[in-house]
Write a protein that binds this ligand. Sequence first.
Ligand code: CMX
Length: 168
Amino acid sequence: MRNNYCKFALNFKYGKISLISKIYTYQNYNKVMNLTHIEHLGIAVKSLETAIPYYESVLGLKCYAVEEVAEQKVKTAFFKVGQTKIELLESTDPEGPVGKFIEKKGEGVHHIAFAVEGLQESLDLVAEKGISLIDKAPRKGAEGLNIAFLHPKSTFGVLTEFCEDPNK
Ligand code: CMX
């Protein structure tokens, strides 16, 4: 009798713990990030010099900044379309991410970047949901933004970037 009571008490205790942990996991799974807008589209080009005139003379946009991001082995050129930017990417090294991309796939859309509120929390959250991160913690990108990439193999083939403006 005493044995049965102990078994019951133990089952009850561990059942409760497992239920609580299931509810916790479920709640976490349903937590979503706060993506505010598409910050930019990254487009790989062989040469900024030959691509910029298309964006300026044909599409009527204005290139407002050219910046080298040595860590990423790229030179970038920026245009604004409403709240979203176009970021042209010219590789400075054939072994860099954009150099390899152009070699394999040619010029074209390279990545999509979302502005997020709470970059580290967002990375932790997507990692908990099984998404592979290229960057487990934010690093510095162009225009002084904190950035991090998700691996295209776990995002349906689209290299995805999260950006956060440290001054906001
Ligand atoms: N979009 C979709 N798929 C991509 C990709 C991209 N931009 N870049 C590479 N891939 C795919 C390749 O096609 C390849 O697929 P398969 O295995 O089916 O052939 C696979 O990813 C591996 O590609 P890889 O050429 O062997 O290159 P690596 O594994 O060395 O690197 C990646 C791929 C995504 C991890 C690397 O490019 C990376 O770390 N990117 C993030 C940083 C970055 O892109 N910086 C440049 C922009 C910086 C900025 O915006 O300032």
